[in-house]
Ligand binder design. Structure first.
Ligand code: NCD
Length: 318
């Protein structure tokens, strides 16, 4: 049995581990397609309870973790927003986490802002932590499900040229995807307003496209991102208005005419229609947005299963 581990960034995962998680996710998916349930590794008899702590809002990530946990036979206690917690009474996020840790859950799933130093705090907790999105820094499970969505096409990962379009600088989805996609052998390019492009030195092997049409011509995967307005310092960015942003960088059926006919269109959600894409783009047969959401359940199940089994008290299901 391997030792328990936390997943804080995609750098915590070896290629071997990623492939193992993908093979478990595929199995969960095929079992679910056949029987509407996961047949493998039912944790029910082990009575494990996970603590989900979401200091930032979430729909897909939180509910797919929850769905995955229930399908594995795990129990969940959940703090799903700050507004109904004692943080409104002045309690700090660190105290909140330490108090929940004192209840002895078996695993943490935490979403937080950049002010909560997950890297420093996770090692203080008595059980492993999965990062469900930390500020503008990392969102490793989103990258895992995105990469799995490409992997399950059975095309070699080295054949993928992934163009990430939009607010790359402030997107944790983009930074986690850079690492994971490149580790798996895919090429990555970016396109968007100059003020939303990442620091070149941080991501040296990423191609930068000034024009969306040139990027779409190069790519066979187009990963569209929402503008992270909530993470911008108000007024500090030279951003076009949202409607002129749509004109310059919005992904539309017109623009997609020149895109690879076997290409793949992705978006992590939530979508701002008429800004980063037009509603029609979601009807394009190359669009896999809802497959991504479905795959989120299988990949998160694979990850929770692996971490729980690797914990000393994981029982003898391995
Ligand atoms: C993303 C996030 O929260 O980082 N959404 C998600 O988890 N599926 C992307 C976003 O908020 O734009």
């Amino acid at each position: 049995m391997s030792s328990p581990y936390s997943l804080l960034t995609t750098k915590d995962l070896s290629k071997e581990k990623i492939l193992h998680l993908f093979s478990r996710a595929s199995l969960f998916k095929s079992e679910f397609k056949k029987s509407n349930q996961f047949l493998q590794k039912n944790f029910e008899s082990l009575n494990k309870t996970l603590a989900f702590v979401f200091f930032e809002n979430s729909t897909r990530t939180r509910m797919s973790f929850q769905m995955a946990a229930y399908r594995l036979g795990l129990k969940v206690i959940s703090m799903d927003s700050i507004t109904n917690s004692s943080i409104t009474k002045g309690e700090s996020q660190l105290d909140t986490i330490l108090n929940i840790d004192a209840m002895k859950p078996d695993l943490f799933v935490i979403r937080c802002g950049d002010s909560f130093n997950l890297k420093e705090i996770a090692p203080q907790l008595s059980v492993p932590t999965i990062n469900a999105g930390s500020g503008a820094t990392a969102h490793p499970t989103q990258a895992l499900l995105d990469c799995f969505t490409l992997y399950e096409t059975r095309r070699p990962m080295s054949q993928f040229r992934v163009l990430i379009v939009g607010d790359v600088r402030y997107s944790r989805v983009a930074s986690s995807n850079f690492n994971l996609l490149q580790q798996m052998g895919a090429e990555v390019g970016v396109c968007g307003p100059e003020s939303l492009m990442p620091d070149q030195e941080k991501f040296p092997h990423v191609k930068v496209f000034k024009k969306l049409d040139e990027g779409l011509d190069w790519a066979n995967v187009c990963m569209i991102l929402r503008i992270q307005l909530e993470r911008h310092d108000a007024g500090s960015l030279k951003l076009p208005s949202l409607s002129s942003y749509h004109e310059i960088f919005g992904v539309t059926p017109e623009r997609l005419k020149a895109f690879d006919s076997d290409g793949i269109i992705m978006h992590p959600g939530p979508i701002n229609h008429g800004v980063e894409l037009s509603t029609e783009t979601l009807k394009d047969p190359r669009c896999v947005v809802l497959n991504q959401v479905e795959n989120g359940v299988y990949t998160r199940a694979a990850l929770m299963e692996d971490i729980i089994l690797s914990s000393n008290n994981g029982g003898n299901l391995g």
